[in-house]
Design a protein around this ligand. Structure first.
Ligand SMILES: [Zn+2]
Ligand SMILES: [Zn+2]
Length: 115
């Protein structure tokens, strides 16, 4: 699976239940995990038509992904506090959102280096 990928189109993202703001990797918060791997320094909320900054790292899945193996995988995207608090909700993403894999064993703990 990819550490990160960017989607040009608007896609369905589902905000997962039971996730925390703090990560259990060395990044600190999940938004820091996203910042480390995305190479983007000023994220905006990933939800379509939302103009807020994306200061929270939200866990999302992609229930409508064309590849079934990708549907249940947790990825991090930036969201505003309001959208991130709507656990279990589905949203349409903005164009060009970057998804960073939430699997810390395959990202941070692996000392993966973005070249
Ligand atoms: Zn991390
Ligand atoms: Zn928002």
């Amino acid at each position: 699976m990819k550490i990160k990928y960017t989607v040009a189109a608007s896609v369905v993202i589902q905000n997962e239940n039971g996730t925390s703001l703090r990560s259990n990797c060395s990044c600190g918060y999940w938004i820091d995990h996203w910042l480390q791997f995305s190479d983007i320094s000023s994220p905006s909320c990933s939800v379509k038509d939302c103009n807020e900054l994306g200061l929270h790292g939200a866990h999302v899945t992609r229930p409508a992904h064309k590849d079934e193996n990708m549907r249940d995988l947790s990825y991090i995207v930036p969201m505003c506090a309001s959208h991130n608090s709507q656990k279990g909700s589905s949203f349409k993403s903005k164009l060009g959102v970057t998804f960073v894999w939430a699997n810390i064993k395959k990202t941070c703990s692996n000392n993966y280096v973005i070249s």
